[in-house]
Design a protein around this ligand. Structure first.
Ligand code: AMP
Length: 420
């Protein structure tokens, strides 16, 4: 019998696995520089958590959760996203009482959604992101966007993305707007798609980003959020827009953007490739939440966060020919030519590794031509050839495997020569 991976999951092997780990470490480095702390939460939570937070009206809860009863008959769900788990963890550990506010958490790990698998949409996928909990006002919104863009800068795509944003107003504004949308859509509901017939009672805001053809005209005539925003909502929105303008970030105000998770109010945003902004495949998304912490028992605290999909970012980077793992360090292939050269070769390999290089020692003692072939297949940058002459003269023969240039250098001069 041939075993296959579960539909909608995928293996990360070799280069792909390295790219994933490099992405994770660059993201965490970017977050640490903004004083975010790594926060890990379980992959499984009691299902109730997501019903209360992501919301019964969201597509995630209605159709996409991996939910099962455990042997103790408790309903368990594999996390479809991180925000709910992180906030649950903050509240359960009383961090909102014992820590300096805001609590700044960053994370990276697997999520699960029962979606129809297609390019950029999987059933098991990685999300990275941050949550800033216990903040007030718009400054943390801006800081969070700044962090995300600084991460995108670090991976070389800041210039090629577009920020779409909308402002759903304070909790109060969102409630009044929602009620007015419900009234409007109920008066047209007979002509709307089946999904919207359900959404109208569960979460009428979601209708705004419905893609069904028959609904578009009706959506166009719906009340607009801008008519409901208070003066302070408008001031916040303007501050965020000014920030993006100042930084030269391409942005678009999109009043249909509501995000799939019910807990958002205030700022909501999504990030798309500039050259494909209408695709369903946002690279990242986030926003501000007022009621979530309270809903989970943590008092009247606001929060803001974002998450990105690692697989989507990795394939976007691949399309653009960007490798994160390769630029990290040169890859060096050490080739001892006889058993007598092994201790000296290992010594050289250790000092190169300590200096931060990736080093592979070829212990095969085979012909030099076959060692070179192997080095090529392993995509090595430099070859270090060590024969008995090199051992006795405390030197190595260094070959640039890409430029095909070579020379003998002393053991002491090796690091300096590689740096060049
Ligand atoms: P969300 O939590 O739905 O706002 O998603 C945040 C980000 O996670 C999206 O912008 C995507 O990049 C990524 N994402 C969401 N769902 C999937 C999925 N099924 N497969 C791969 N990536 C996903």
């Amino acid at each position: 019998m041939n075993y296959q991976k579960v539909k909608g999951t995928h293996d990360f092997t070799l280069d792909k696995a390295e790219e994933l780990k490099a992405l994770e470490s660059i993201f965490l480095e970017s977050s640490y520089r903004y004083n975010y702390h790594y926060h890990d939460v379980p992959v499984m939570e009691y299902s109730e958590l997501y019903l209360r937070s992501v919301g019964e009206g969201s597509d995630i809860v209605r159709k996409e959760m991996y939910t099962f009863l455990d042997k103790g008959n408790r309903s368990i769900t594999l996390r479809p996203e991180f925000t709910a788990g992180i906030v649950r963890s903050i509240v359960e550990n009383k961090m909102q009482v014992t820590s300096v506010l805001p609590i700044k958490s960053c994370y990276f790990g697997r999520c699960y959604r029962y979606e129809r698998p297609q390019a950029g949409r999987y059933r098991e996928f990685y999300q990275g992101g941050v949550e800033c909990v216990g903040t007030k006002g718009v400054n943390s919104d801006i800081e969070v966007i700044s962090l995300l863009l600084s991460f995108f800068n670090a991976i070389g795509i800041k210039e090629s993305v577009l920020v779409k944003l909308n402002y759903l107003g304070s909790e109060e504004t969102r409630k009044t707007y929602s009620a007015s949308l419900k009234e409007y859509f109920l008066s047209h509901i007979e002509d709307m798609c089946e999904d919207c017939k359900e959404r109208v009672n569960l979460n009428p805001l979601r209708i705004l980003d419905c893609k069904a053809k028959e609904d578009q005209k009706i959506i166009e005539g719906a009340p607009k959020i801008s008519e409901f925003l208070s003066d302070s909502d408008k001031e916040n929105l303007n501050m965020i827009i000014s920030y993006l303008k100042d930084k030269g970030i391409t942005y678009e105000y999109d009043r249909g953007l509501v995000r799939g998770l019910d807990y958002y109010s205030g700022l909501v945003f999504e990030i798309y490739p500039k050259d494909n902004p209408t695709s369903e495949g946002a690279l990242a998304g986030g926003g501000h939440y007022y009621g979530l912490v309270k809903e989970l028992g943590g008092g009247d605290l606001e929060g803001v966060g974002f998450s990105f999909g690692a697989e989507r970012l990795l394939s976007y980077l691949e399309e653009r020919g960007i490798s994160l793992a390769k630029r990290k360090s040169k890859k060096i292939y050490v080739m001892p030519l006889s058993p007598e050269c092994l201790p000296y070769s290992e010594d050289i390999a250790s000092s190169l590794r300590e200096a931060g290089y990736l080093v592979e020692v070829d212990y095969s003692l085979s012909k030099i031509t076959s060692m070179f072939k192997k080095a090529e297949r392993l995509d090595m940058d430099l070859g270090v050839i060590i024969g008995e002459d090199e051992v006795s003269s405390s030197s190595v023969h260094l070959k640039d495997l890409r430029k095909k240039e070579e020379k003998t250098v002393s053991k002491e001069g090796l690091l300096g020569e590689i740096e060049k």
